[in-house]
Design a protein around this ligand. Structure first.
Ligand SMILES: [Zn+2]
Length: 62
């Protein structure tokens, strides 16, 4: 069934493209300071938020 193979190749191409794009994203450099969400001191704030707060925000979005 050639149709099924075409779809599989398409999906695999899309996946590869997405993986490459994700790998290209620069890793944000964290800064030390106080988290603006939980006000805990963190050595690695990104966007003003500590890692647990970023995790929580991401989970909420999904
Ligand atoms: Zn926090």
């Amino acid at each position: 069934m050639p149709d099924n193979i075409d779809v599989a190749v398409e999906i695999s191409d899309l996946h590869l493209e997405r993986s490459i794009r994700a790998a290209r994203q620069p890793v944000p450099v964290g800064v030390a300071g106080e988290c603006e969400t939980c006000f805990e001191d963190s050595k690695r704030l990104i966007g003003g938020r500590c890692a647990p707060c970023r995790d929580r925000a991401q989970k909420r979005r999904r």
